[in-house]
Every structure is written in C-alpha cells, then in structure tokens.
Design a protein around this ligand. Structure first.
Ligand code: ATP
Ligand code: MG
Length: 561
C-alpha cells in the first residue's frame, strides 16, 4: 500500500485529491487524443502510457479520440497506423471516437453562442485580425464587425456552413475580451472555411472547428473527467474553461484540463511535422524506417512493446520539459531482449580460419544453448568444419597481453566448440591478413566433460562454419542525427544535423539455423548485439536489422553521475 502511494505521479495526486472532493471513482474517464496527421512517436508513448496507465490504475475507461478537425493534413492512413500502434503497445481503448462525429453538436452549440451574443462573424482577412491582436503587454483592438446583430451573424454563419463563401472570407469568433492579458482570450477564432473534403465527413462540411473550440467540448461530450495534455496548452486552459462555462449543464461532469511536460529524446526529433519532413525529403525510407523514433519504426527495428512501456514508466511524467538520453531507451530494449532473444552466431566482417588438423570434408554438429537467461529456450545444433569465419577484428598477428582474442601463438575458445591456436597467417599484396591457419585441441570440446573441455582460456570467439553458412543482408544503424539536440539550435535547421552515415548495409554469414526465420523474430548475434528480421526479408533474401549493440552505454553514463 505505502509503495503504491509513493509511486503516485503528480497527475495521480490531482486525481486522488479530486476523489476526496466529490468526484466518484466510477466517474473517472480518460482519453488519448492524437491528431491523425502523422504516425505516433516515442513522445506519444509517454502520453499513451500515462492515460492508459490511469485507466488501469483506476479501472476507468480510456477513449481513443481522433482530433480530426483539419482535413488539409489528416488521412485515414494515419488513423489506421495510430490504432495499430496503440494496440501493439498493449493497450485497449474503451471507445474509438472522432471529433468529426461531433461536428453537428459543435455547430449547434456555436449557434447557441451566437444567439447569446457570445460569438460573431468577422469578415476581415486573417492578416487584419492578426494585426489587431495586440501584444502581451498591449491590449488588442476590437474588430469593426464585433457588434454585428445576432440576425446578421446567424445569416452569415449559415452562409458559411452552406458554402456560400470562399475560404478566408469570414470566420466565427468567440466574443470574449480583446484586452485580456491572455492573448488566447482575445476573441479566438472558432470556425474557418475550408473547402476541403474530410476523410470521414467527405464534403458534408466546409467550415471546420478550431482545436480550442473542439477539444474541451469533445471531452465534455465523452464525459472525460481528466483531460491531460502537454504544457504548451497551459495558456489554453482559460479558454478551455470559458467555452465549457458557456455550455456545461449542472447534472453533467465537467472535464478538467491538466498539463504535463512533453518528452523529448536525444539525437532525434519528436514532432510529426518534422518526421513528415524526413519522410518527404527521402532522408528515411518511410514513417517506419528503423531509424525513425516512431512507434512503427521502433517496432520494425526490433523494439518490444514491453521495452517501450518500461522506458515510459521509468522516465515517468514531469512538470518541466527536458531531453531524455536515447541510451536510456536502448537500455530498456537491451534489458528485455536479453531475457527473450535466442542466441545465435553470425559473422559480419569475415576472416577465414583453416583448422589444419581437422579432417578435410568432415563436419560435426555441436550443442549450443539458445538462451542462458532462459532454460526453457532449449538448445540447437551448430555445424563445425575445417573452415570457419571469425571477425576480422578478432585476430591480430601480434598484440599485447590485454588482447584476449586470437593472435599468433595464442589460444581462444570457439563458442560452443573447441580451443584453437593460431599458427600462421597468409596476407594479400597490401599486407592484409586474408587467412589464418590454426590447430585445434580435439579433447577440448565444450560440454564434453574432459579435463581439456574445462580448460580456461581467456577469450571466447563467435564463428560460423564456412560451408554451412547462409548469407543475409544486415543493416547497421547509427543515430539519425549527429547532434544530441538537433531541434535546439536557433541558427540551424534540424535537417542540417542529419547524420549521413546512419545506415550501413553489410553481408552477414549466419549459422544455418537462421534459414527459416520469420519477419519480426529477434535474436542476439553473440558478441555483436540484438538483431531482428526486417519486413524486407524473404527466404531467398534474408534481411536483418541491428536493434541495438550489446554495450551498455547507459550504465556507463549512470556510473559517472
Ligand atoms: P506533434 O507535434 O508531434 O504533432 P502533437 O502534440 O501535435 O505532437 P497530437 O497528435 O496532438 O500530437 O498528440 C496526441 C497527444 O500526445 C496529446 O495529448 C499530446 O499532448 C501528446 N504528446 C505529443 N507529443 C508528446 C511528447 N513528445 N511527449 C508527451 N506527450 C506528447
Ligand atoms: Mg498537433
């Protein structure tokens, strides 16, 4: 119990307090309200985990609400992608809602405000309106149309709705206070004319409600108790409340807006608009490019829902904005994959090793444990033969005592196999080592129980048998941006920080057990990192993504603190 209290975040404290002030537990209701103008990103994951987490904690319904009031930027493709991503993250919404389903109700309420003298049609250009806004310290100027009669407003607003006017000819504004210290209260626009078909309402409407006029009212219609949004909406709260004040009836629950800080991740951007720019400029292959910080990109990259949820839970929610280091996200995926990913062997930068005392043409199948973290994962057989690949960097002709890999005259153990000793090597004209000749100790086989099999040598290398190896395209990713905070530079556009070397494709040599993998399967390539099967993969043409390396850079960061 005390632990539960300790782990409350500040939003939960607000809710707990509300529960002592007359809110009933069964009145609690939340929503996650994406605008379908792009794919969800890791920032959204925080909002999703917050809202759906509250739903779980209080056993309260959570709606998935599409904030679809701008047909110019919104598409069905995005609606579908958002639903897929929320589900994949492991959450279930109560009702799938659309702000566009409330267009008629919002229109009726707007008529009500006009009739009550609380809204008017302004026939100035948007430039004129903007020029009268004033500044935070100077009041704005009232529009010459501010005092139109109710009848004239009604006629014009109906005309706007019926398509009698061109875009920009008129807008509907709330009549609040042009001298308010909150600029948003200076007669905000409620409706604009847009002659654009909507992905759900087609051409039914050519006036569309603005965000501020839609959001709180949608919350009210759905009876959302706590409407949680990011901090930039703090100044909007007054307007949110003003609109509700005009409408709320006493026997209904009045929604409450509260704010939390946007989450930013280092070495990337979390803004749909900017991510769209990356897609449209061809910097990435699409919204689900494995380098993208989108949920679909992370999924394709090999991230698991658990790892993203754990990340979101660890960073929690905050009252002030900051940038979370991407290595914390990587820590969480590494942590989860360590538990679930089968171990396999693959060589990405091959160097041929010939074991001269191993019979030519012979082969044997060695026992290999699938996952030391998970006994139930069982074991498999890996083939061994006279010719194998190891990594180039695992061999040096000469090296100091700290080099525990293979060097001339030195011994290493082959993972799951024998101890080998490097006797000599062959070089090409440029002096590069192209082959190493080794001998093996036939009695040293791992797991054979002999004295030699227990003999400790310092280094253990991964390897693959050349005649048995299968090949695959392996995609190695680096940070998409070379700067930790590409968004934070006032002089330069974030696109200037795109890392030109964020994708490298190599041919990997894999143990043959990987022939029958399926898209999405995850593995640890021993000593190299975690990899998954990309959606471009086929049995003829295997394609793997490196999800994350093995090195725990985050732990190092933490050590420093
Ligand atoms: P973007 O700038 O990427 O389009 P947005 O806030 O406009 O973001 P919405 O579709 O309106 O995107 O967001 C849906 C919900 O997710 C909102 O409640 C919003 O506050 C929240 N959200 C968006 N980005 C973040 C983020 N980086 N961190 C936390 N919550 C976020
Ligand atoms: Mg938005």
């Amino acid at each position: 119990m005390s632990e539960e209290v300790k782990s409350l975040n500040f939003i939960e404290h607000i809710i707990e307090e509300d529960l002592t002030k007359g809110y009933k537990k069964d009145e609690l209701r939340f929503r996650f309200p994406p605008e379908p103008n792009g794919y969800l990103h890791i920032g959204h994951a925080s909002s999703i985990c917050l809202n759906f987490g509250l739903g779980l904690r209080y056993n309260a319904p959570v709606n998935l609400r599409f904030d679809d009031t701008n047909p110019a930027k919104e598409e069905k493709e995005y609606v579908d992608a958002i639903k897929r991503d929320v589900e994949w993250l492991g959450f279930q919404w109560d009702t799938e809602c659309y702000a566009s389903d409330y267009f008629q109700q919002l229109y009726d309420w707007a008529i009500q405000l006009i009739k009550e003298g609380k809204a008017y049609v302004d026939s100035q250009t948007s430039e004129q309106i903007a020029s009268q806004k004033g500044t935070p310290t100077e009041p704005g100027k009232e529009s010459p149309y501010r005092n139109r009669s109710v009848e004239e407003n009604m006629t014009l607003f109906e005309g706007m709705k019926n398509g009698d006017f061109k875009e920009g000819e008129h807008v509907l504004r709330a009549k609040i206070n042009m001298a308010s210290s909150n600029m948003l209260m200076r007669d905000p626009v409620m409706y604009r004319i847009l002659h654009k078909p909507h992905h759900r309402t087609n051409t039914d409407w050519c006036i569309y409600p603005m965000y501020d006029w839609t959001h709180g009212e949608s919350d009210y219609i759905e009876q959302v108790s706590h409407s949680l949004c990011t901090l930039e909406f703090l100044p909007h709260r007054e307007l949110y409340d003003w609109f509700l004040d005009q409408l709320v009836s006493t026997n209904k629950l009045r929604p409450k807006q509260r704010e939390f800080a946007r989450r930013n991740l280092s070495h990337t951007v979390v803004s749909k608009r900017k991510l769209l720019q990356l897609v449209e400029s061809g910097v990435v292959s699409g919204w689900d490019d494995p380098r993208m910080p989108t949920i679909s990109g992370l999924r394709r990259r090999g991230y698991t829902p658990e790892s993203i949820r754990n990340f979101a839970d660890t960073i929690g929610i905050a009252k002030r904005e900051n940038v979370v280091d991407v290595s914390l996200l990587e820590f969480h995926v590494r942590d989860h994959l360590n538990k679930i990913a089968p171990r396999v062997m693959a060589v990405l930068d091959p160097l041929k090793v010939v074991i001269t005392n191993y019979e030519e043409g012979a082969e044997e199948w060695l026992d290999a444990e699938n996952n030391p973290e998970d006994e139930a994962a069982g074991s498999r057989k890996v083939p061994f033969s006279r010719e194998i690949y190891i990594e180039q960097e695992d061999f040096r002709e000469e090296a100091n005592r700290k080099f525990f890999r293979l060097k001339l005259g030195g011994e290493v153990r082959l993972k799951n196999g024998y101890i080998i000793k490097a006797e000599s090597c062959t070089k090409d004209e440029d002096g590069n080592v192209v082959e190493v000749q080794c001998t093996y100790d036939p009695k040293s086989k791992s797991g054979s129980g002999t004295e030699e099999s227990l003999r400790k040598v310092k280094g253990t290398l991964h390897w693959v048998s050349i005649p048995h190896a299968i090949t695959a395209e392996v995609r190695l990713y680096d940070r998409l941006f070379s700067e930790a905070n590409p968004d934070g530079n006032k002089e330069k556009d974030f696109m200037e920080f795109v890392n030109p070397d964020s994708l490298q494709k190599v041919t990997g040599y894999l143990e043959p057990s990987l022939q029958d993998v399926k898209v999405g399967d995850v593995f640890q390539f021993q000593r190299l990192g975690y990899f998954n099967v990309d959606k471009d993969s086929s049995t003829q043409n295997l394609v793997f993504n490196r999800t994350v390396g093995l090195r725990d850079t985050w732990a190092k960061l933490e050590d420093k603190n």
